[in-house]
Design a binder for this molecule. Structure first.
Ligand code: DOR
Ligand code: ZN
Length: 371
C-alpha cells in the first residue's frame, strides 16, 4: 500500500500510506483533550489511550465514560482503544468485567513517572501467585488482552535506589524475565523502549507474545540534545533519553522490519508552567506532528518505504488482535513548517496554566500532513 507520490533528485517528496495507529497515547481530559483529540484523529485511525489520569482509570465504567469523552473530542471514525491502570488493589473481577471495554492493562512502577503514585509498589507482585496484580494478569492472559509495561525498576533487589539511566536495564534483566516466566501466554508490550539492553532483549525474545513500541523522540534524540547549552525541559520524558549508542540500537531495531515492533508516540502534554518548574514534569506533546516526526526519523534511517508502513500501520494491530482491515490512507509531503505555541483552556483566562509547548516549538519539522 505504501506509495511514493513524488520524487526529486532521488529524494521522496510525497507519499501515501495506510492510516496508522498510535499504540501509546496520552490524550488527557477536559480542555486539553479537546485540543489534542483532533490532532490525533487526523493522523491516526485508532490509538491506545493511557489511563494515568487523576484519578486513574481503574474500572470498566470509567473507561467507558472516558471513551465517550474522547469520541466527542475527535473526528468521526476515530477508534479509542481503552486501557486500565494496574494498581495494588485492582480486582481481577474488574478485569474480567472489562473484557469488552478495554484492550490492555498498563503497569506503572510506583513513583517513577507522571501520575504513577497509584502504580504497583512491589514489582514482584506481578509474578507472585496470591497477589492481586498476579491474578489480574492471569485474567488478562485468558482474555488475550495485552500487558503494557513501563519497563523501569526504581530499586535493585538489595533495595538500593537505581540511577534513572539504569532503570530500564534493570527491569529488562531482572523483572521482565520473571513476568514472562510466570505468564507465558500473556501478550506483553514493552512501552517506549529506550535502551540497547531493551533492544537486545526484544530482538532475542520478541514474537507472538512479546513486542515493543518505539517513540519518535527516542529515535530522533540522544542525551546530547537534552543537555546542549543547558537542560531542555521540553525534551524531557520518562524513560530518559539515553546516550547515542542507545538511539543507534533503537534505530537498528526500528528498521529491522520485525513484526513485533510498532509505533507508540507517548505524546504526553503538560502545561508550560509544569514543564518550566522547579520539578519539570516528564512528557511532551508530540501529537501535533505525531506521524510527521516518525517520517523524519525513518527518512534519516533510509527506511521511508514499506518498512515504515508496517511499523506504523500493520504490526501493532496484528499483535493486539485489532482485526479491522480499513483502507483509509494519509498523505505526507516534504514541506518544512514550524510548530507554534498552543493554548487549550476554553476560558483562556489564565494563559500561564493553559499554554502548551509542542515538541520542536519554533524549529523546523520536515514532513507535513497533506490537508
Ligand atoms: O514522560 C512521560 N510522560 N512518561 C510517562 O511514562 C508518563 C507521561 C505522562 O503521562 O506525562
Ligand atoms: Zn506514556
Amino acid at each position: 500500500m505504501f506509495e511514493v507520490l513524488g520524487r526529486t533528485e532521488g529524494k521522496v517528496t510525497a507519499f501515501r500510506m495506510l492510516k496508522p495507529d498510535d499504540w501509546h497515547q496520552h490524550m488527557r481530559d477536559g480542555d486539553m483533550l479537546k485540543l489534542v483529540g483532533p490532532m490525533v484523529s487526523k493522523r491516526f485511525y485508532s490509538a491506545i489511550i493511557m489511563p494515568n489520569l487523576t484519578p486513574p482509570i481503574t474500572t470498566a465504567q470509567q473507561a467507558f465514560e472516558y471513551r465517550q469523552r474522547i469520541l466527542d473530542a475527535t473526528e468521526p471514525g476515530f477508534i479509542p482503544l481503552m486501557t486500565l491502570y494496574l494498581t495494588d488493589g485492582l480486582d481481577p473481577e474488574e478485569v474480567r468485567k472489562s473484557h469488552n471495554a478495554v484492550w490492555a492493562i498498563k503497569y506503572y512502577p510506583r513513583g517513577l513517572t507522571t501520575n504513577s503514585d497509584s502504580g504497583v509498589k512491589n514489582p514482584a507482585d506481578l509474578w507472585t501467585p496470591g497477589t492481586k496484580p498476579y491474578d489480574c494478569l492471569q485474567v488478562l492472559a485468558e482474555q488475550r488482552g495485552v500487558l503494557l509495561l513501563h519497563a523501569a525498576d526504581g530499586f535493585d533487589r538489595a533495595g538500593a535506589e537505581l540511577d534513572p539511566y539504569d532503570q530500564e536495564k534493570h527491569f529488562v534483566m531482572h523483572t521482565l524475565p520473571e513476568i514472562i516466566k510466570a505468564h507465558p501466554r500473556l501478550k506483553i508490550s514493552v512501552e517506549h523502549l529506550s535502551t540497547k539492553w531493551g533492544a537486545d532483549f526484544i530482538v532475542t525474545h520478541g514474537g507472538e507474545y512479546l513486542g515493543c513500541s518505539l517513540t519518535a523522540h527516542h529515535l530522533l534524540l540522544d542525551r546530547r540534545d537534552v543537555f546542549r547549552g543547558g537542560f531542555h525541559p521540553h525534551r524531557s520524558w520518562m524513560p530518559v533519553i539515553q546516550p547515542p549508542e542507545h538511539k543507534e540500537a533503537l534505530r537498528h531495531l526500528a528498521t529491522a522490519d520485525k513484526p513485533f515492533v510498532w509505533l507508540g508516540s507517548d505524546s504526553a502534554p503538560h502545561p508550560r508552567v509544569k514543564k518550566e518548574a522547579a520539578c519539570c514534569a516528564s512528557g511532551v506533546l508530540m501529537a501535533h506532528a505525531g506521524i510527521e516526526l516518525y517520517a523524519e526519523a525513518f527518512e534519516d534511517m533510509k527506511a521511508l518505504d514499506n518498512r515504515f508502513e508496517r511499523f506504523a500501520s500493520l504490526n501493532g494491530r496484528k499483535f493486539f488482535g485489532f482485526i479491522n482491515d480499513h483502507m483509509q490512507t494519509i498523505e505526507l509531503v516534504r514541506e518544512e513548517w514550524k510548530p507554534q505555541p498552543l493554548f487549550y483552556a476554553e476560558s483562556g483566562e489564565n494563559l500561564d496554566v493553559s499554554e502548551l509547548v509542542p515538541f520542536r516549538l519554533g524549529e523546523n519539522i520536515r514532513w507535513k500532513l497533506a490537508a
